[in-house]
Write a protein that binds this ligand. Structure first.
Ligand code: NAD
Ligand code: IPM
Ligand code: MN
Length: 354
């Protein structure tokens, strides 16, 4: 199994390294062989070759079975124009690999309930939400620009969705809901946005093909509030690119930290891209402080979705749970009485506990 590895910037290389430590332990224990090929993207690519997404990187990814990504971006590259920013590399790779469905599971480990900023009674028992975020459309990819006008400039970004784009991601959400609690909440802003009105129509139509799955619609402002008022009402949240970006960071805090949330970006085939939901965290980069669990759990999603290795994926998730049970925490999820460890030690503990 060939894995393209994009460490990226900031804490990206630190957390990716620990995911590889865990994948290597999986290979050893279960008798697999993973071949890792490192490629450049983001700020690291800008520094080395002057573009955020070199052609070579896309080529290597297309020839791989899966892509493991850390995070990109940082203050060093913040003043570059839009198409040269590290983040443009990330958008380019998602689009280039046609990864239109981004799965972001927010599952609360019982051991971490007290690490959440929400009251334990709000979290309830076994909170488990899956955000299915559309990833290659919306205001991220529509027409954008700037123009001079009297008194200054104007700038625009256009939110666009086609029927086909909504259909394919809706099918992903409904199919996944069938293996869960059979409830899809579609989140939009159909009271204001035309693209959301099309979204709602198409999701409703697709929903009719899944009569066994309950569908409800919610406006995004209400959804943002409901997520922290009563998160247990949600099973699968199906939403647009921009709203999914924002709501998944919010959902992360239910789990205790942004450092806990993994993701899988999928398209039509088996090739997927696996990355933590968090960014490059420049504030803690290079200090061995970052929580590698989001990236390690992303590697577990890779085992499950790209390689069909369910048992191995489960073994990684169980190892994470065991290490938390033993009381080990990175600083972001530490609570009184727990043992604070660094990025490297956390990765090694999880590998040992497989
Ligand atoms: P961020 O996610 O990098 O950090 C937000 C906060 O969460 C920070 O306080 C950070 O220290 C903390 N945090 C994040 N990941 C953590 C981890 N694993 N362990 C412990 N703490 C963690 O978001 P930001 O600060 O808004 O963005 C920083 C840079 O990352 C920007 O350039 C942004 O564009 C980029 N970014 C990249 C991605 C990506 O590559 N997928 C995602 C989000 C942001
Ligand atoms: C994410 C990030 C990216 C996004 C940025 C860095 C382009 O925030 O993966 O959540 O908005 O999709
Ligand atoms: Mn984000």
């Amino acid at each position: 199994m060939k894995i393209a590895v994009i460490p990226g910037d900031g804490i990206g290389p630190e957390v990716v390294k620990q995911a590889i430590v865990v994948l290597e332990a999986v290979a050893q224990k279960f008798g697999h062989r993973f071949e890792f090929q490192e490629v450049l993207m983001g700020g690291a690519a800008l520094d080395a070759v002057g573009v955020p997404l070199p052609d070579e990187t896309l080529k290597v990814c297309l020839k791989s079975d899966a892509v493991l990504l850390g995070a990109v971006g940082g203050p060093k590259w913040d003043d570059l124009s839009g198409h040269l920013r590290p983040e443009a590399g990330l958008l380019g790779i998602r689009k280039g690999l046609n990864l239109f469905a981004n799965l972001r599971p927010a599952k609360v480990f019982p051991q971490l309930k007290s690490a959440s900023t929400l009251k334990e009674e709000v979290l309830g028992e076994g909170l488990d939400i899956l955000v299915v975020r559309e990833l290659t459309g919306d205001v991220y990819f529509g027409d954008k620009g700037r123009a001079e006008i009297p008194g200054g400039q104007k700038a625009w970004d256009t939110a666009v969705y086609s029927t086909h784009e909504v259909e394919r991601v809706a099918h992903v959400a409904f199919k996944i809901a069938r293996g869960r609690r059979r409830k899809v909440t579609s989140v939009d802003k159909a009271n204001v946005l035309e693209s959301s009105r099309l979204w709602r129509e198409v999701v409703s139509r697709v929903g009719q093909q899944y009569p066994d799955v309950e569908l409800n619609h919610m406006y995004v402002d209400n959804a943002a509030m409901q997520l922290i008022r009563n998160p247990s009402q949600f099973d699968v949240i199906l939403t647009t690119n921009m709203f999914g970006d924002i709501l998944s960071d919010e959902a992360a805090m239910l789990t205790g930290s942004l450092g806990m949330l993994p993701s899988a970006s999928l398209g039509e085939g088996k090739l997927g891209l696996y990355e933590p939901v968090h960014g490059s965290a420049p504030d803690i980069a290079g200090q061995d402080k970052a929580n590698p669990i989001a990236t390690i759990m992303s590697a577990a999603m890779m085992l499950r979705y790209s390689f069909g290795l369910e048992q191995e994926a489960q073994a990684v998730e169980d190892a994470v749970s065991r290490v938390l049970e033993q009381g080990y925490r990175t600083a972001d999820i530490a609570t009184p009485g727990t043992i604070v460890v660094g990025t490297r030690e956390m990765g090694h503990l999880i590998a040992q506990n497989l």
